[in-house]
Design a protein around this ligand. Structure first.
Ligand SMILES: Nc1nc2c(ncn2[C@@H]2O[C@H](COP(=O)(O)OP(=O)(O)OP(=O)(O)O)[C@@H](O)[C@H]2O)c(=O)[nH]1
Length: 326
């Protein structure tokens, strides 16, 4: 499937979901008006407005999760009220709404919210229903709560697994280039809006072709994995490590200035040179370009860092060079 089509799946599904909700609520409102139950019709008509707004925002790529959650809570309140006046005819709407709650809220939030919503609705239904009717509904609602929780848990795990595989470099386990623009944009925006400093390091292994040629590609792969481990162990927790190219890594150091980043670069050069691999006789060295914000654009930030790396290579490799000192 084309990438554009894949990217549009969440938006299309969400729009369809909300359209189904609006059509259902609209039919229900018309039905209540036809039997002159204007209170319930009004209740549901009001809850339809934020749903329509939510669809409008989604359509214009301004989807707002908080607003969607609020809409759902309004619909749930309307359904709870309908349980009070209609009994089991209102209770049947608990089932679809519990599933929607699990779609919009986190597992814990959804579990608490749907439990409170179900208990209140069932108690309100006692207003006009026999206890045994509400008890039978309660059993079905408990089933729905359990299945909703299991469903949400499985979907969340699958989503996390998909995100992990989509964003992770298979060989080294660090992020792949898909995260590059998002992470750099985030750092640049934080610098502009909050003045938070960020520095990037572009690390390239020296004469890596010779390692491959002399020891074979599999040993080369082993070196890349080990280097990635070293970078992860040296870089601070909040740093993002991205495999930028074959034997090139980009490290985004959020909150660190040039001096702090230069210390990390020296530590990396030292630790990579000290790396021990039984297959390899000579030390592996690397060259690093360093560039801190501000930058006119992401491209500019990267290009200046690349120039610094190139200078480090030209100057004899196995060193770090700061972009502003080129
Ligand atoms: N083993 C292995 N090698 C890779 C991988 N990706 C890229 N390479 C190799 O990395 C080497 C990069 O070589 P060059 O771009 O010439 O750079 P270099 O030999 O490191 O020389 P300098 O960067 O100038 O110091 C090539 O031999 C690629 O085949 C990979 O995933 N595994």
């Amino acid at each position: 499937m084309e990438l554009a089509k894949l990217n549009s799946i969440p938006k299309t599904s969400s729009l369809l979901f909300q359209l189904a909700g609006i059509v259902t609520v609209a039919i229900y409102v018309l039905y209540r008006i036809s039997i002159e139950d204007y209170v319930l019709a009004g209740f549901f008509a009001v809850s339809m407005l934020p749903l329509a707004l939510s669809m409008y925002l989604e359509w214009h790529n301004k989807a707002n999760l908080a607003q969607k959650k609020l809409t759902l809570i309004l619909i749930c309140i309307a359904i709870s009220y309908s349980c009070f006046t209609l009994g089991y005819k209102g209770l049947i709407y608990l089932f679809p709404t519990i599933f929607v709650i699990y779609f919009l809220f986190s597992l814990k939030e959804a579990a608490v919210l749907s439990l409170i919503y179900s208990v209140i609705s069932l108690l309100l239904a006692l207003n006009i229903e026999e206890t045994f009717v509400v008890t039978r509904f309660s059993l079905a609602v408990v089933d729905c709560l359990i299945f909703g929780a299991i469903f949400s848990h499985v979907i969340t795990k699958q989503k996390l697994a998909l995100l992990y595989f989509a964003n992770t470099d298979e060989l080294t386990g660090v992020s792949n280039r898909k995260r590059l623009m998002g992470s750099l944009t985030h750092a640049l925006q934080h610098h502009i809006s909050k003045g938070i400093q960020s520095t990037i390091l572009l690390l390239d292994l020296d004469h890596f072709k010779q390692v491959n040629d002399k020891y074979g590609h599999l040993t080369g792969d082993k070196v890349l994995r080990q280097v990635a481990q070293i970078i992860k162990s040296v870089a601070p927790n909040q740093a993002e490590v991205i495999r930028y190219g074959g034997e090139e890594f980009l490290i985004i150091l959020t909150g660190l200035d040039t001096t702090e980043a230069a210390d990390i670069a020296q530590q990396l050069i030292h630790n990579i040179a000290a790396m021990q691999l039984v297959e390899i006789e000579e030390p592996i060295t690397c060259s690093i370009g360093i560039n801190s914000l501000p930058a006119a654009s992401i491209d500019h930030w990267l290009a200046e860092c690349d120039k610094a790396l190139y200078k480090a290579k030209l100057a004899g490799r196995n060193r770090a060079i700061i972009a502003t000192q080129c």
